[in-house]
Design a protein around this ligand. Sequence first.
Ligand code: PLP
Length: 453
Amino acid sequence: MKHVRIDLPQKEMPDKWYNIAPDLPKPLAPPLNPATGEPLGPEMLAPIFPMALIQQEMSQERWIEIPDEVLDAYLRYRPTPVYRARRLEEALGTPAHIYYKYEGVNGAGSHKPNTAIAQAYYNKQEGVKRLSTETGAGQWGSALALSCAMFGMECTVYMVRVSYEGKPGRRIMGQCWGAEFISSPSDRTEFGRKVLAETPDSPGSLGIAISEAVEDAVGREDTKYSLGSVLNHVMLHQTIVGQETKKQMEMAGEYPDVLIGCVGGGSNFAGFSFPFIADKLAGKTNPRVLAVEPTSCPTLTRAPFAYDFGDTAGMTPLLMMNTLGHGFIPPPTHAGGLRYHGAAPLVSLLKEEGLIEAEAFNQVECFTAGVTFARAEGWIPAPESSHAIRAAIVEAEKAKEAGEEKVIVFNLSGHGLLDLAGYEQYFAGDMTDYPLPEEDIDKALKDLPKVGE
Ligand SMILES: *Cc1c(COP(=O)(O)O)cnc(C)c1O
């Protein structure tokens, strides 16, 4: 029988997460306290995160046991399938073998529950009753809402006002799971009230929403804050994805020549690729690993590796990462999950050390790739995931020219069923590209914090 769908048996689902930190060619630069410029101690994070996650954030242990309760929750939708994209290969007429790991098959529709579930669990263990977070288009807010429902916790999501009003789909999903969604800026926090006093019709921003969610968590004994990407412990939780993929590629009898994932904060890319990069770091194999981003927010391809704030308001610790500057506001593209000014410190370091490559693509060509994929494989991809698809198609076309039977594997991070307005605009021919002009980058980088000067 020809392999089309490769399912890993439930009993073979990995029971540890892979921590890449001890295997890095160079240690990560520590996060800094912005007030003093000194490395951050664990105690500084304690008001907003539970101790177990702070320890994982700083851990040098290679393998970290996944708790039974988290494994149980994973088993509701994991292991997720790997598909051989035979119909896409035929449509492209390529000799390449194309595979994809599909993370859209859960209630929330993306990879994000892989960390949301773990974060809800550790908070619950430490007696936390309620989680606060921010969300843009709602992918993260809905994933955390789902995970809090699984562990009987309360969840409050500060959602950027323009999305709260204009993209109600994921907010309503989160409300089905029992979470409270608040349009941000709101009158629930001091920071929100201040913004509203100055600009009553503020459309909101992710930076404002983060500030409100953090203030909420700091101000209440029963509440902590939760973040959906960028941090080391989030990358860690996502490695269930790549470990499963490795086993599934063994079942298919192939090893990837190229691995591809899209990068917003970097978590689906990291989770998918780090277990393979482990082979590379150990000198066992040498696959190409390709991170894909939008030309409108070209963090890995065009931004410097520098200390910067994680949020727009400048409240978080300083992280060493590729960054366009925390004041950078990306153009309004449909791949909302890829509109982040930085990239995870772990992903940025691997790029800096030449272990991964990065490429940027325009919005319209990614939608074209998404539609090609949907017509061949049936799944309608998230606009974020379409960036990985576009890169996979480019690799498959190169393989065709060279007559190479290359093995291309990409991560399909989520479905696009709540992004149909983007597809509608694409079909209407109204979609534009936003390649970032050099002067916009120069302008955004002016407000990078000065460290060690
Ligand atoms: C949030 C999201 C992303 C981007 O986030 P990463 O942390 O870079 O993975 C990509 N794809 C989908 C479907 C998302 O929801």
